[in-house]
Design a protein around this ligand. Structure first.
Ligand SMILES: NC(=O)c1ccc[n+]([C@@H]2O[C@H](COP(=O)([O-])OP(=O)(O)OC[C@H]3O[C@@H](n4cnc5c(N)ncnc54)[C@H](O)[C@@H]3O)[C@@H](O)[C@H]2O)c1
Length: 322
């Protein structure tokens, strides 16, 4: 990775990934793009351009101008939003991915895009979900993610494109708000704990899902992209996770610091049914063996860091990012 183009750079992942990439590879080397006009902090620390990933010509033009050797494709509609607008989700998630892969092929770029635990579904083993297993999701997001995993494999086998990817679990962060996923409740629980000391969860008690703290997710992207290609047997869609938690466990972790924190439930049937289709805990051993995946944050360490950052931010006035 030397000259990198990132799509969807203003989202939950891009907001932190671009900053880290610029620290490592240089501000001017990382072109941040998103559908939004203004690049916010990304516009002040390096180049930012508006890019709608549905526009393949504009995408290619920007990649050529930047002389990109790496495409990191993050622009997408997430699980809950995709379920509300399934046809649009197919068009954006698949159309955007095809455009991104074609730009990478034309420019001979290394390529990264995330998959998700949403790529699993009916018949997938719920615990210790293996790297290679049955994938029959029943959500549009899941269908998009399985198709995307296969398409990235295809571009590798057919065209020799250096495609790589991770199956992210729910990602927890404090910088940018999450973008409409099923695991957003976990982020919101921390925010509301700091704001008002209580939270009403739309996910039912006892619903276990994999999660990971954003610094580990960012490091995983960089480690996978820098990994020796000869060690990679899977390439796309490596299972990665740092913890398997339900709302109660997160609440208990928060109560170590805020003993009066209250958790209530008002289950949203749509997001609950998406969560019910996903694994409780996935097996990340392929990522560990093939490129040394090694997350640093367990639940309590993540909780401490989230509460520390959010307390500083939410108590400094109305301009808080979350
Ligand atoms: N955040 C998570 O917990 C998580 C978990 C698993 C997988 N993922 C995957 O990671 C990727 C990024 O996720 P995220 O959480 O940063 O998403 P997000 O919703 O926070 O950000 C997506 C970004 O894409 C932009 N965008 C939307 N339409 C666009 C278009 N047509 N052209 C260009 N940009 C457009 C949005 O403005 C937004 O900034 C997605 O593929 C998502 O499925 C995320």
């Amino acid at each position: 990775m030397k000259r990198i183009l990132v799509t969807g750079a203003l989202g939950q992942i891009g907001s932190e990934l671009v900053t880290r990439l610029r620290q490592l590879y240089g501000g001017e080397e990382v072109l941040a793009t998103d559908i939004r006009e203004e690049g916010g902090v990304h516009g002040r620390t390096g180049p930012y351009r508006k890019l709608d990933v549905s526009d393949g010509e504009a995408f290619l033009k920007l990649a050529k101008e930047h002389r990109a050797d790496t495409i990191i494709h993050l622009a997408a509609l997430l699980s809950a939003t995709a379920e509300a607008r399934p046809l649009f989700a197919w068009q954006l998630n698949m159309g955007g991915l095809v455009n991104a892969l074609e730009v990478a092929r034309e420019q001979a770029c290394q390529f990264f895009t995330p998959s998700s635990i949403g790529a699993f579904g009916v018949g997938t083993p719920k615990t210790g979900t293996p790297q290679d297993t049955l994938q029959r999701p029943t959500t549009m997001y899941g269908v998009n993610k399985v198709s995307g995993e296969l398409l990235c494999d295809y571009y590798f086998y057919k065209f020799g494109l250096d495609t790589r990817g991770l199956r992210f679990p729910g990602l927890i962060s404090h910088l940018a708000p999450p973008g409409g996923g099923t695991t957003d409740y976990a982020v919101d629980m921390y925010v509301q704990a700091v704001r008002c000391g209580k939270y009403t969860s739309y996910i039912r008690e006892g619903t276990f899902l994999d999660m990971m703290y954003m610094p580990d997710a960012i490091q995983a992207v960089i480690d996978l992209m820098e990994a020796d290609a000869s060690r990679l047997q899977h390439r796309n869609a490596f299972n990665v996770t740092a913890m398997s938690v339900d709302p109660e466990r997160i609440a208990a972790s928060i109560r170590r610091r805020m003993p009066h924190f209250e958790l209530a439930y008002n289950v949203d049937p749509v997001r609950q049914s998406i969560a019910d289709g996903w694994p409780d805990s996935i097996d990340a051993s392929a990522a560990k063996q093939e490129w040394g995946f090694h997350p640093q944050y367990d639940l309590d360490r993540m909780t401490d860091d989230m509460l520390r950052h959010l307390s500083g931010k939410l108590h400094t006035g109305p301009k808080a990012a979350i």
